[in-house]
Design a protein around this ligand. Structure first.
Ligand code: KIV
Length: 264
């Protein structure tokens, strides 16, 4: 596979081809994932839970994100790298600029921010300065304390209308990609159809342009109960690379997710 760029993802949006995204936090897994045909790697602040053992992402620092982004970049072959701006590292436009620059210097190709229309100015500023953005909407884990838990968003009229509006405002501000987490499938379909930029989903149904999952979740580590939208790819796989290859194939041919992974 040749190096995946923003143009590649935008071309997929035009042709309707689906693409796969998976998290990674180190060079070994970044190497395996990029060779398995996954188009984009997310260096997620989920590392706070997956690597550091916290019960949220709130304690992750920008220095930790820079460190893990460098590790992932070192092992990557051809995937596009998206790096998360952690909690409170983009509370002001100036902080957003300084911390996004740090992630780009570490080798990221795009930064991800969680929020809604309040990000309009930051997204426009990054866009003008040559930093592509992925805006994370719906269940934004950095706001878990506002939501009172990890709950499906967009179920009532107000939050549904707000999500539709946020997506539109942020695309207009210059966002390159949207990410929808834990929203009803019908709403995700509507947002995806209205957007001219790619929409990545997690727990957002089968109609988004791409899917993302957390690496450790698809490998079923640690063993135990997982969120509804997770599929255990180790069940039928011989080894980790083949589990990741199957994930990428199933996203691209539309056989993942199925209704059992979705919210209505
Ligand atoms: O941090 C992360 O891994 C994420 C995904 C769950 C989308 O934001």
């Amino acid at each position: 596979m040749s190096k995946v760029t923003l143009n590649t993802l935008h071309a997929y949006k035009k042709t309707g081809e689906k693409f796969a995204v998976l998290t990674a936090y180190d060079s070994t897994f970044a190497n395996v994932i990029s060779k398995a045909g996954v188009e984009a790697i997310l260096v997620g602040d989920s590392l706070g839970m997956v690597l550091q053992g916290s019960d949220s992402t709130l304690a992750v620092s920008i220095d930790e994100m820079v460190y893990h982004t460098k590790c992932v970049v070192a092992g990557n072959t051809c995937a596009l790298i998206i790096a998360d701006l952690p909690f409170m590292s983009y509370a002001t436009v100036e902080q957003c600029m300084i911390n996004s620059a740090a992630l780009m210097r570490a080798g990221a190709n795009m930064v991800k921010l969680e929020g809604g229309d309040w990000l309009e100015q930051s997204v426009a500023m990054l866009n003008e300065r040559g930093i592509p953005t992925c805006v994370h909407l719906g269940l934004t884990p950095q706001a878990v304390n506002m939501f009172g838990g990890y709950k499906v968003q967009g179920r009532d009229d107000n939050s549904r209308d707000k999500l539709l509006n946020d997506a539109q405002v942020l695309e207009q501000a210059g966002a390159s990609v949207l990410l929808l987490e834990c929203v009803p499938s019908e709403l995700a379909k509507k947002i995806t159809e209205a957007a001219s930029i790619p929409v990545i989903g997690i727990g957002a149904g089968a109609d988004t342009d791409a899917q993302v999952l957390v690496l450790q979740d698809i490998l079923n580590i640690p063993e135990g109960k997982k969120a509804r939208f997770v599929k255990n790819y180790m069940l039928e796989a011989e080894d980790i690379p083949s589990a990741i290859r199957t994930y990428a194939e199933e996203v691209k041919n539309g056989s993942f997710p199925t209704s059992e992974h979705c919210f209505t």
